[in-house]
Design a protein around this ligand. Structure first.
Ligand code: CA
Length: 226
C-alpha cells in the first residue's frame, strides 16, 4: 500500500513518515500543496493524508482539484475542530477527518478503515470550465443549461473529461468507448467527436475538445482568443 503524506510541519511529517513505514506502508512525504497535488495526480497512491493548512495551495484546494480527476481516498488533517472546516472538507470529497493533535493509533485505525473500503469510487461530478457532468445521473450541463447527449456521446465525453489534459489516440478512444478495435477505420471516432462538439456547442477552433494532429484528441479548457 502506497501512501502520500502532504504535511508542511517538519516534525509532524517526520513522525508520520517513520510511524507509517513501521506499519508497513510505502510512504512519500511532500510539504506543500502544489507538490501534493502533482504527486497525487501523477502517481498511483492508495491513500492521501492531507493537511488542511499548507503553503502554496491549501488542503481544500488540493482536494477540490484532485477530485476533478481522481477518487483516491483522502484523510484530512486539521489543527482545529471547526465545524465549518469539517463540513467543507467532506463536501469537497474528503473521506475522513482527524483533528490535531491526534494519537498515532487513531490515525492508523482511520487509514486501515479507509483502505478496507476497497477500490475508490470514481469522481461523480466532473467539471471543465462551464461544462459540468454528473456521471451517476447521466446529466450534462453547460453554464447551468442541460445538454442532451446520446448514451454513446455521454460515454465519449466522460472519457475525455475524466482524462482532462491527456491526449487520447483514436485507437484508445475507440477501444474504450466502443469496446472494439477500429484499426482500419478510426474515422468512426472523428465523426463521433465532430458530432459531440456540435452537441455541446464547442466552437471552432474549439474551447473544450481539441484535435492534436497525428495523435488524437485532448479535452482541456482553452479560452478563445479575443
Ligand atoms: Ca500545516
Amino acid at each position: 500500500m502506497r501512501l502520500l503524506v502532504v504535511e508542511d510541519e517538519p516534525k509532524t511529517a517526520d513522525y508520520l513518515r517513520k510511524g507509517l513505514r513501521e506499519c508497513g506502508y510505502v510512504v512519500d512525504v511532500v510539504s506543500d500543496g502544489h507538490s501534493g497535488l502533482h504527486w497525487a495526480l501523477e502517481s498511483d497512491y492508495d491513500l492521501l493524508v492531507l493537511d488542511l493548512m499548507l503553503p502554496g495551495l491549501d488542503g481544500r484546494e488540493v482536494l477540490r482539484r484532485l477530485r476533478e480527476r481522481r477518487a483516491t481516498p483522502v484523510l484530512l488533517l486539521t489543527a482545529r475542530d471547526s465545524v465549518q472546516d469539517r463540513v467543507q472538507g467532506l463536501e469537497l470529497g474528503a473521506d475522513d477527518y482527524l483533528v490535531k493533535p491526534f494519537a498515532f493509533a487513531e490515525l492508523v485505525a482511520r487509514i486501515r478503515s479507509l483502505l478496507r473500503r476497497g477500490p475508490p469510487r470514481q469522481a461523480e461530478v466532473i467539471e471543465v470550465g462551464e461544462l459540468r457532468m454528473n456521471v451517476p445521473a447521466r446529466v450534462l450541463t453547460r453554464g447551468g443549461e442541460r445538454v442532451h447527449l446520446s448514451a454513446r456521446e455521454f460515454t465519449l465525453l466522460e472519457l475525455l473529461m475524466r482524462r482532462q489534459g491527456e491526449v487520447l489516440s483514436r485507437g484508445q478512444i475507440a477501444s474504450l468507448v466502443w469496446d472494439m478495435n477500429f484499426d482500419s477505420d478510426t474515422n468512426v471516432v472523428d465523426v463521433a467527436v465532430r458530432r459531440l462538439r456540435q452537441r455541446i456547442g464547442d466552437p471552432v477552433p474549439g474551447r473544450w475538445i481539441h484535435t492534436v494532429r497525428g495523435m488524437g484528441y485532448v479535452c482541456e479548457l482553452r479560452e478563445p482568443e479575443a
